[in-house]
Ligand binder design. Sequence first.
Ligand code: NAD
Length: 260
Amino acid sequence: PLEGRSAIVTGSTSGIGLGIAEALARAGAAVMLNGFGNPAEIEDNRGAMAEENDVDIAYDGADMSDPDAIRLMVDRAVMRFGQVDIVVNNAGIQHVAPIAEFPPEKWDAVLAINLSSAFHLIQATFEPMRKRGFGRIVNISSAHGLIASPFKAAYVAAKHGVIGLTKVVALEGAEDGVTCNAICPGYVWTPLVERQIDDQATSHNIARDSVIRDVFLKNQPTRRFATVEEMGALTVFLCSDCAASITGTALPVDGGWTAH
Ligand code: NAD
């Protein structure tokens, strides 16, 4: 459904972003990958994705905390693909600490990478989308964009902010064929979650299995992790012509967590 479209997916060297990039490529879109990681591994992924799907796949290592680098990445995508039809703001980091101990520089980094980067990337791609009369912006928020948990001040604030930004962009793009939606995953099995499981196991001194069962999936009624394939499939749908009337939403994909 996305033949002829081109996309930028931030934070797509790992986890959800990688799953979304793969799904977009399978649906026929050209994709600009972004994120950190081992250069050889990234190049292998890029090559395989291009070959398997017969689409153009590029990579840009822009640091999402650097607005100039974000704008340069957009320039490169436009040079390579001609235009950017789809933007997926997915790059994100987490920091877990009580407020009294929350390092201010971590607050700044979480806000910059999880929230401000989305603004900068949208700002750099929005007007051309509106002029062409088509655009799809998908922001990866979180169940923590809708509800809170302790010790995640910056993350919860940033993810709530992403939903606010989503609504404004939806309103500004509404008459010009540009939609903007937020996906709010519960726990998805990715390296980010794996690291958190290890952190919590260490800090609470409990076994990894108990962390998974009693901490992570305690609030997720399905008692299973969502998958990156599920995030990819929803993103492809939101980017398709069929989703033209879906805009300004925050869609929970959380196994019923926020239904509590
Ligand atoms: P991950 O750690 O596996 O991947 C994060 C990606 O972001 C990587 O590609 C990494 O290189 C990139 N990245 C990090 N900092 C960056 C920076 N400064 N500039 C550019 N790229 C950067 O994480 P994930 O679990 O796949 O999470 C992806 C998104 O989904 C995040 O926004 C996260 O908050 C959100 N999310 C994840 C879950 C979950 O359970 N995994 C749940 C809700 C929301």
